[in-house]
Design a protein around this ligand. Structure first.
Ligand code: SF4
Ligand code: SF4
Ligand code: SF4
Length: 337
């Protein structure tokens, strides 16, 4: 293990439900324990400042590391943000989100105060969950807070002082192993053991978000045969019940959920596009057939019906044994001496 000490400063104080912190506790490949205890090769020394595991510290003691980082006394550190960022400028008084108080005052440090203080000094900024990355649920049309994600707050082209773009791991909640793998990668990179993290145009790790839900779905064979479910107790393709999988970048059906088990459509849940910047507004109303699906399912329906009939013939042939397997004195296998 390297002597480098990398601090991970986790602020779950955006507009959030803490679902992504909770999700990380069930990560298995790797687990957060393996990372925090340095049990994997190539890791630097790591110190997490995360409410979920530093619960024994009091408020001021817990916040000490965050203020130290703000004074430039904690280098390098990864800033993890969870939850969307309320626009604190749109009102005359009060605040939407706070995380401790400003030193020497009884006034709250808002989430955006912390980002303003820490982002310029961070080795990297990691946004966890769709609220933190793109705004998510709290940034829906009609919301009163003007909420946004970190890309809109810092700018989509923003880079850290070390030249690392904002790293986004969306999901509502985030997939546990997608997050733990990304943390592991960033720590390897901070320790000089990995090249610059490869990200797509929306800041997502390419190796995790390079394929669609549809490409990894257990039900893909039904789609290809034009065999669509019309009710939920069916193993068939869910597109007519509102699944957006063909257009959504997410590896959950392929990866499964905790321990590889589950994964939305695999277990009967339509994909509602929770990893996408347009979530949730562009996927609503949930449970309606996506507009583009009408054309594609009509086309695939014609092809699928014909293919299913032909496959039925092939299947009935393959379901019968060859005719030379029989008793009697005659050999009919075609064997020649
Ligand atoms: Fe909660 Fe979803 Fe927002 Fe995560 S992305 S904080 S799970 S609402
Ligand atoms: Fe594609 Fe959704 Fe059907 Fe799966 S259930 S095959 S993701 S449309
Ligand atoms: Fe979200 Fe769809 Fe992925 Fe499920 S499959 S986690 S709903 S993007």
């Amino acid at each position: 293990m390297s002597d480098t000490l990398v601090n991970v400063l986790w602020i779950p104080a955006g507009l959030s439900c803490d679902g992504d912190s909770v999700a990380l506790t069930s990560a298995m490949q790797p687990s957060i324990e393996e990372i925090a205890l340095g049990a994997l090769p190539g890791l630097p020394n790591v110190r997490f400042h995360w409410p979920l595991i530093e619960y024994s510290l009091g408020g001021a003691e817990f916040l000490d590391a965050f203020f130290k980082a703000g004074r430039g006394e904690l280098d390098p550190f990864v800033l993890v943000v969870e939850g969307s960022i309320a626009n604190e400028s749109i009102k005359k008084e009060g605040y939407f989100t706070g995380f401790g108080n400003k030193p020497g005052t009884d006034q709250p440090m808002t989430f955006s105060d912390w980002i303003d203080l820490l982002a310029p000094k961070a080795w990297a900024v990691l946004a966890v969950g769709t609220c933190a990355t793109y705004g998510g649920i709290h940034a829906m049309a009609g919301n009163p807070t003007g909420a946004m994600g970190i890309l809109d707050y810092l700018g989509w082209e923003w880079k850290s002082s070390a030249g690392v773009p904002i790293v986004c791991v969306p999901g509502c909640p985030i997939h546990p192993d997608n997050l733990s793998e990304t943390i592991l990668y960033l720590l390897w990179q901070a320790n000089g053991k990995a090249p610059m993290i490869p990200l797509d145009e929306a800041g997502r790790p390419q190796w995790l978000f390079g394929s669609t839900v549809h490409e990894g779905c257990d039900r893909g064979g039904y789609y290809e045969q034009g065999d669509f479910a019309t009710e939920y107790d069916s193993p068939k393709c869910l597109v007519k019940l509102g699944c957006w999988g063909p257009a959504v970048k997410c590896n959950v059906p392929k990866r499964g959920w905790t321990g590889g088990v589950g994964g939305c459509p695999n277990v009967g849940g339509i994909c509602i596009g929770c990893t996408m910047p347009g979530f949730p507004d562009k996927f609503m109303p949930f449970m309606d057939e996506p507009p583009g699906a009408k054309l594609s399912t009509n086309l695939i329906g014609v092809y699928g019906n014909a293919i299913r009939t032909l496959r039925g013939f092939t299947q009935s042939t393959l379901d019968k044994e060859p005719k030379w397997r029989h008793k009697g004195r005659e050999l009919t296998t075609g064997y020649r001496t």
